[in-house]
Write a protein that binds this ligand. Sequence first.
Ligand SMILES: *[C@@H]1O[C@H](CO)[C@@H](O)[C@H](O)[C@H]1NC(C)=O
Ligand SMILES: *[C@@H]1O[C@H](CO)[C@@H](O)[C@H](O)[C@H]1NC(C)=O
Ligand SMILES: *[C@@H]1O[C@H](CO)[C@@H](O)[C@H](O)[C@H]1NC(C)=O
Ligand SMILES: *[C@@H]1O[C@H](CO)[C@@H](O)[C@H](O)[C@H]1NC(C)=O
Length: 367
Amino acid sequence: MFQPYVLALSALLGHAAAQTGAELDQPMLAGGPRGGPGAMLRFGCSQIVIERLDPLVDPGINPSAHMHQIVGGDAFNASMPLADIAKEASCTSCHFKEDLSNYWTANLYFRARNGSYKRVPQVANQFNEGDNAGITIYYTSPGANLTTAFKPGFRMLTGDSMRRTSENLGKNMQQCYRCYQSPNFGGSMYSPCMDPKWDTDHFPTQPCPGGIRSNINFPICWDGKNLDTPNHRDHVAHPVGGAPSFSVVSGKCPASHPVKIPQIMLEVVWDTSGFANKDDWPEDGSQPLVLSSGDITGYGQHADYVFGWEGDSLQKAMDNRCYLRNCTLLTELSPKVKNKCTVPTAAQEKFHLDEWLPELPGGGSGI
Ligand SMILES: *[C@@H]1O[C@H](CO)[C@@H](O)[C@H](O)[C@H]1NC(C)=O
Ligand SMILES: *[C@@H]1O[C@H](CO)[C@@H](O)[C@H](O)[C@H]1NC(C)=O
Ligand SMILES: *[C@@H]1O[C@H](CO)[C@@H](O)[C@H](O)[C@H]1NC(C)=O
Ligand SMILES: *[C@@H]1O[C@H](CO)[C@@H](O)[C@H](O)[C@H]1NC(C)=O
């Protein structure tokens, strides 16, 4: 399993190089064994819980405004103080035992013609067979000692759940959807957000019988001081000249945010195969998917991160140019072990969430 994983990912990243080389002065693509100077971890984290909690945006509020799928360490809670959660968690659903961070994104729902909603299942990503759905995590660094890993307590949010248009998004998509036409990820080998045919920053307008993959990129520059800011965004920034594409971690950080941090990207796969029959779609031909936040455009996809790597394990993995899951400094967990790490549902709901629902959890109706 490991060799095809590496070969396929190399092909994916090779394509990224071809796509971006012309646009940036000095693209610094990661990937030790490929000959590149950088580091790139790519690994799966199974879901620990799907529920309406959001310790960043709605701390202590149960239930929070909308549903999320949460992965990572079991210290996840309705509120999470600026503490070292690696010390509070007792297990992780992530591939590397050292990563007790939490990551979460919005869920996806299908709106039937009769106005009912059904959650679209999340499934294990390509090369992460055996995971209980979850999120695939990437950490990328341009080379040894060129990024500073996050500090205990650090958290950030990227994307905007209120966004409904492409205005001011920049030329490189910071979040996108890939629409697969056939099973097994449709054979597309483009780097995330770079397939001109099937990647869009809004929801696909056509059925995706092979599933939809959602990618979300985080900023790569930090102010060097604040573990958080009131909107969870102002302590991080994109490089001068705008946000780079995924895995292009070069670019000069602005003076206000001088510290280069590893680039985090999240990847979620939804199984839309049961929702691809156009006869079930709205009669006006519009697409029927809606994010748990009530967004029918898809522009409002967003992601949250609470850092929780043990000690300097992430810094070491970046400085030693760890590649994909190939990192002798880190301890791998099998799907069987990591799938056992879960968090009991704490949020109160009036419906059984995996049935047809008369409204989105939290009451949104799709705008
Ligand atoms: C979550 O926080 C509550 C209230 O502080 C606490 O009772 C509970 O043990 C915490 N749960 C976890 C999993 O840490
Ligand atoms: C609404 O439509 C869905 C899909 O056709 C169906 O499964 C569900 O039972 C319907 N719900 C109601 C309340 O009619
Ligand atoms: C990175 O930093 C470590 C520790 O300070 C040092 O041992 C190593 O030689 C450095 N590597 C490079 C490529 O500069
Ligand atoms: C894993 O990394 C080691 C050390 O860099 C390298 O020798 C080996 O070829 C890599 N394995 C794969 C499958 O990429």
